[in-house]
Design a protein around this ligand. Structure first.
Ligand code: MG
Length: 373
C-alpha cells in the first residue's frame, strides 16, 4: 500500500468516525440531545451553587429520569428493599491532599457518612475507589488510608470494597477518591430525606460554627501561616445525630452544608418545601479567624464549605430537646437555633441582619473556592 493509499484511508476514517458518532444519536458538540445549547464545563459547575444545580437538572436528571434521583436527597432511600436502605456516593478532589483538621481520605469517609446520616440512616458500609497518579508517594497514600480507617472505626462504619486505578503523570492531580455508602433507615424517618415533612413554624438548627473547612483549605493552599489556627471541621456526624433519632424526635429534614455553604442548603430547603426561611445573623456562629479571612478575601461566610455541620429542621416542640442532645457531642457543642420556616416570602430565604435589616440570601453564582472537597 503506497503513501497516497494510506493517506486516503486515514482521511476516510477521520471523516467516518464523527459521522458514525452523530448518527448513533450522540450529542452534537455543544448541543444537548434536546437541542438546547449547553456550552462547556466551567469550574463553577462544581461549586454547589446555581450553575451546578442547572447542570444536574439539564443533563443528569433529564437523562437518568429516576424518581429517587429526582428527590435530589443526600442519599436515595431505596424503595422495595426491606429494611429500608439509603444509598449515596461522592467524589473527592480536594487540593492539597492534607490540611489542618483533615485530609482527602477523612473527608471521603465523613462526607459519605454525613450524607447517609442526613437522610436519617444509620451508616453501615462504604466502598472506596482510588484514582492515583503515576509517581505518587506510596507512603502518602498509606497515611491517607490509615486516616480513612481510623475515622471509619471511630464512627462504626466498615469499608468493605474498593477499586484502584493508576493514570499517567499529569492525567490526574496526585489522588482522587470516590466513596459510596449504604445505611439502614428507621421506619419513622423514611420520609425525612424528601423534604415533604417541613412545615411553617419549624425551627432551623445548626450544630456549630460556619466556614472552618473552606478557610482551613484556603489557608493551607496559599500557605497563609498567620491563619494556621483555622482547622477544618471535618467530622462524622452520625454519632452526634443518633441520640436524636433514638429519642424519636420529630425531625422534619436534615442536610449537611458542604459546597455552596449554608446559603445553598437554606435555598434548597425553601425551594423544595415551597415555604420561606428566616434566619438571624446574630445567631449564626462564626470563629473570629474565619470571620477575618472572609473579610480579607471578600467571601460571604454563608457560601463557604463546611464538612462537619448539619442543618436540622425540627418541629418546634422538639427543638430545645434536639439542641440539648446535640450539645452532648463534641461536634455539637455550639448547637443553636438559627432560624425558622415561615409561611411568607415563599421559596425565599431572608436573613435578619445584625443592624436590624433584612437581606435576601441566594445561592452562590460563581466558583469561590474550587476543589474544596
Ligand atoms: Mg450532602
Amino acid at each position: 500500500m503506497n503513501v497516497v493509499c494510506i493517506t486516503r484511508y486515514a482521511t476516510r476514517a477521520i471523516l467516518w468516525v464523527p459521522a458514525w458518532y452523530l448518527q448513533k444519536g450522540h450529542a452534537k458538540p455543544g448541543i444537548s440531545m434536546s437541542g438546547a445549547k449547553l456550552g462547556k464545563i466551567l469550574m463553577a459547575h462544581g461549586s454547589g451553587g446555581r450553575l451546578m444545580h442547572s447542570l444536574i437538572d439539564r443533563v443528569f436528571r433529564l437523562h437518568f429520569a429516576d424518581p429517587e434521583l429526582n428527590q435530589l436527597a443526600d442519599a436515595a432511600v431505596m424503595d422495595g428493599i426491606r429494611p429500608r436502605m439509603a444509598f449515596t456516593t461522592d467524589a473527592f478532589v480536594v487540593q492539597p491532599l492534607q490540611f489542618p483538621g483533615g485530609d482527602i481520605g477523612k473527608l471521603a469517609v465523613c462526607g459519605t457518612v454525613n450524607d447517609l446520616a442526613a437522610s436519617g440512616a444509620k451508616p453501615l458500609y462504604l466502598s472506596a475507589s482510588f484514582i492515583l497518579e503515576e509517581g505518587l508517594e506510596i507512603a502518602l497514600l498509606e497515611e491517607i488510608v490509615i486516616s480513612m480507617a481510623e475515622v471509619a472505626r471511630s464512627c462504626g462504619v466498615r469499608i468493605v470494597c474498593g477499586d484502584t486505578k493508576v493514570v499517567g503523570r499529569g492525567q490526574c492531580d496526585q489522588m482522587f477518591i470516590t466513596t459510596a455508602g449504604v445505611g439502614e433507615v428507621a421506619v419513622q424517618y423514611a420520609e425525612l430525606a424528601t423534604g415533604r415533612l417541613i412545615r411553617p413554624g419549624d425551627h432551623v438548627i445548626l450544630n456549630g460554627t460556619l466556614g472552618d473547612h473552606g478557610m482551613a483549605v484556603l489557608a493551607a493552599r496559599n500557605h497563609l501561616g498567620f491563619y494556621s489556627d483555622v482547622e477544618s471541621d471535618c467530622a462524622p456526624l452520625n454519632t452526634m445525630l443518633t441520640p436524636l433519632t433514638e429519642a424519636g424526635l420529630n425531625l422534619r429534614f436534615m442536610r449537611d452544608p458542604t459546597r455552596g455553604g449554608l446559603a445553598s442548603v437554606l435555598c434548597e430547603i425553601a425551594e423544595m418545601s415551597g415555604f420561606g426561611i428566616e434566619v438571624f445573623e446574630t445567631a449564626i456562629p462564626v470563629r473570629n479567624p474565619v470571620k477575618a479571612m472572609c473579610e480579607l478575601f471578600g467571601f460571604d461566610v454563608l457560601h463557604i464549605a463546611n464538612e462537619g455541620k448539619m442543618v436540622i429542621i425540627a418541629a418546634p416542640e422538639d427543638s430545645e430537646r434536639a439542641i440539648s442532645l446535640l450539645k452532648q457531642s463534641p461536634y455539637g457543642a455550639d448547637a443553636i437555633r438559627i432560624g425558622e420556616v415561615v409561611d411568607i416570602h415563599h421559596r425565599q430565604v431572608r436573613m435578619k441582619t445584625v443592624i436590624g435589616g433584612s437581606r435576601i440570601i441566594s445561592m452562590p453564582e460563581g466558583e469561590l473556592l474550587p476543589r474544596i472537597c
